[in-house]
Design a binder for this molecule. Structure first.
Ligand code: F6R
Length: 243
């Protein structure tokens, strides 16, 4: 496990972008696992800048997003597909056919989960998975009490997650209660993982993840068992760590 501590959000974003850019530099047809939320926005901006300056090329890259709200279509402004278009995809040269996000409108959720798992397997698995972390220690939408063995699945979101995500909605009652998420199994199968966290509100979750015992109550703690995981933290998120 590697821990990179940075001064602030901007430096966290730059370091994370360097890690993603090096991955693409070393393997131009990399398979990236991507996250949404507030945390990776700065990293996406840096990656767009690298692309515009000709430092990286997404032509042969494939992406798999971690999750999507259930019941939102891709053109809904609150959907994660919309977020990805707005914050990243519209400004780079990823091929649309190489972008994968669970379908939040699938009638048959279980078939959609199977399809996503099979696609991940057919593409040979993720080379580098980017993660954020919830205040409750979730990764993807694998909430506390999660089963470590499952792949992509249908989840009921925790009250704490619904409350945390309400900031992105005009009306808190509009926050979806369910989602489709890659499972811990998919995440642990990624060859490399980079987890980003910033702000004091993540400090407890980071401490439990890195220094606590491995437990389904803190889903991210399973990363202690991953052979190649890097935590990129700002000062505040790292502030409760012993060393
Ligand atoms: C998003 C995701 C979530 C977020 C987490 C942190 O695709 O899977 O696990 O990474 O909820 O969200 P922010 O960055 O908004 O604090």
């Amino acid at each position: 496990m590697k821990i990179i501590k940075t001064k602030d959000y901007e430096m966290m974003s730059k370091k994370a972008a360097f890690i993603v850019a090096s991955q693409i530099g070393l393997k131009k047809d990399s398979i990236l696992g991507l996250a949404t939320g507030g945390t990776p926005v700065g990293m996406y901006q840096e990656l767009i800048r690298f692309y515009q300056e000709g430092m990286i090329d997404f032509e042969n890259v494939t992406t798999f997003n971690l999750d999507e709200y259930y019941g939102l279509s891709g053109d809904d402004e609150q959907s994660y597909r919309y977020y990805m278009e707005e914050n990243f995809f519209k400004d780079i040269n990823l091929k649309p056919e190489n972008i994968h996000i669970p379908d939040g409108m699938a009638d048959d959720v279980s078939a959609e989960c199977d399809r996503y798992n099979q696609l991940l397997e057919a593409e040979g698995g993720i080379d580098l998975q980017v993660l954020g972390i919830g205040r409750n220690g979730h990764i993807g939408f694998n909430e506390p009490d999660t089963e470590f063995k499952v792949g992509t699945h249908f989840v009921k979101l925790d009250d704490e997650t619904i409350e945390a995500n309400a900031r992105f909605f005009d009306n808190p009652e509009d926050v979806p209660q369910t989602a489709i998420s890659m499972g811990i199994k998919n995440i642990m199968q990624a060859k490399k993982v980079v987890l980003l966290a910033n702000g004091l509100e993540k400090a407890d979750a980071i401490k439990k993840t890195i220094e606590g015992s491995i437990s389904p109550q803190v889903p991210a703690s399973v990363l202690q068992l991953h052979p190649d995981v890097t935590f990129v933290l700002d000062e505040q998120a790292a502030s409760k760590l012993d060393s």
